[in-house]
Design a protein. Sequence first.
Lengths: 434, 301
Amino acid sequence: MESLFLPVLIFLLVLIAITFELANKTAVVMLAVSILVALNVIEEDRMIEKINFETIMLLLGMMTLVVIIKKTGFFIFISTMISEFTKGAPLKILLLFSLITVTLSAFLDNVTTLLIIIPIIIQLTRGMGMDPKIYIISQAIISNIGGTATLVGDPPNIIIGSKVGLTFNQFILNLTIPVVITFAAAMFYIWITNRKNFRPINTNLTKIFTFQLLLEEIRFEFLNTKLNKVLITKSLGCLGIVILLFVTQSVTHLTPSLIAISGAMVLFIISKVSVEEIFEAVEWSTLLFFAGLFILVGTLEEYGALEWIAHKVFLKVGNNPYVMVLMVLWLSGIASGFLDNIPFTMAMIPIVQQLSATAGIPHNILWWALSLGACLGGNFTIIGSSANIVSIGIAKQHKANISFLEFMKTGSVIALISLVISSLYLTTYLWLVM
Amino acid sequence: MKQSERELLYKLFRNHEDVIGESQTTILSLESLITSVKQLICDKHEIKNQIATLFEIIKESEPKIMPLINLVASIEKETAENGIFEKESTEEIKNRLIALFEKGINRYKTNMAAVIKNGSSLVHEGDLVVVYSASSLVLQSLVDAKVIRKKNFKVLILKQDIIKTKQIIRALNAVAIPFSVLSQHNLIHYIDDVSMVLLGALSVNRDGKFIAAVGTTSVVDICHLQKVPVYLLVDTLKFSNLNCNEHNIHKKKLKEIHGDVELTYTQFSHDKVQLKHIDKIITEKGAISKEAVGDYIPTSQ
């Protein structure tokens, strides 16, 4: 037990520091690793074994693809088209941008999606005299929902998929239903609780006129953006092939990380973009953060901390599979709302592996419970996911300050609704297969 | 309309004026009015109030967009004279309004074309033309002088904010007019070679001043002192019965921090420039004297 104390303490301190942003999360994690090595808790030459390079390479590959696509001006093109299509109708702005966010978040990372969508939504809504806050909050929430649907949509899924060997198709087939229902429920909730903000403008000539001038401004900015049509074609082509290879993974037996990295490298070669310039924009600190977390969690696993939690907490509830699934779902959901869902997911994987081995729950339902809980639970609070933190950060840059409580007022209700939907889905699924 | 919403609209006007100039902003606004009226859903009794409200807001823009205000005033007059709002159904009211807006656009484009024709005739072979506060009228005059009148001349662009300067460079590059870019403060070193200065303006006022881009006063004053001809290219829809101080020139307080020094300063969106330092005012009706400005102010004011 004594030897368990130090890695657990350090992990908890890291969790607190990351959750409350006491310092840069990568620096915190790497410092924690250094301390563990210095105190001989882990051996320096063995710590590399704990890093799941599949996850790192998958992240690197997808990040690279996204950076190149962003460079083409494609996202600005999409945002401008949507702005035109909405004709200034507030509800259409919410719906169309949410559809784009939920789709992009499923296949590209949430943070990049929001970095593109949120500034334009602020420009549109502010330009029309509307309060952008509910739009910003909704896009952060929607991106977490969309990211839940696929292997590559959200970091918890990337970690689960890579560590456990679940395929892209398995994620889509098993999670699309709860994600679609949750998306619809979230949109309905946002609309019904903010109806006065979504009244149409087509009965107010001044508002329509203001929107027209705003649209011209957006069109002008778009026309001044250099749209690289050749690079767009090549980038979207490569992305399409990568997704196709994800889908046919069970036939080709290629790992997602290999597909993503190969796709990115092929795009480098055929597009001749500067490798150095693109790699400068890749979030290396995030990759290092993941590596450090793998080492920390691997150390907890090595010292039996996670096995202890699995036996003393989860398996104590007995063998009822329904209780077990709901416990994983709700515990992950609530914990993810208040802790960073990435380290939490990493810590839960060995626990869920233990539960899977003991309880014999079929069709990977326990993994879907973890995925749904970790991803959707991130909507409880601002600190629940990177997407939320990034959204609030962008909003602050544009002088739209959103407080912890303001976010939680909407996020927590939607998180609860999504966990209820997931509970119904998982228990029904379990009932059908047992 | 809330004050914050008005300020947003005025900011949009200023943003457009910064990039495309007042003349194009006027046309853009009228086209936007057409689209807005088409999209508007309300009964016929409501249209009159909505139009009146929007026109009132436009008339108080910061700064005032005189051609748009003058056109809007003349449309108001026409709608009152013809009783458009009293007699027709909603669709017919909308169609009549759209027709009036289109008439306004055509009138303004005709005026602009005439100013451009008159302006381009000022440029002669071998001239060195200085441009500052270059409106679309000035730029198009230069283009016409090169392309239609086949004159070979050079342009000295006095550097303004980067958006405006880029616009000028693009326009000149498109028709291969040779140019140099110079900081406004360094004009004195080239003044002896300058043939003329061409300027645009936001408005020309009864009080003997006109409103133009920030920095225009310095350029005009130095050229006037050095006896370099300064020509102002404007259409008469920019003429105003108001004094300069009534034009709602926008001002804002800005703060900069440089090391241990913090400085706060006021920035105005436009300059007030003395008409008496201008040599000629070129309008769609040809050159007019500075004293005759009052005779050309639109009667709808």
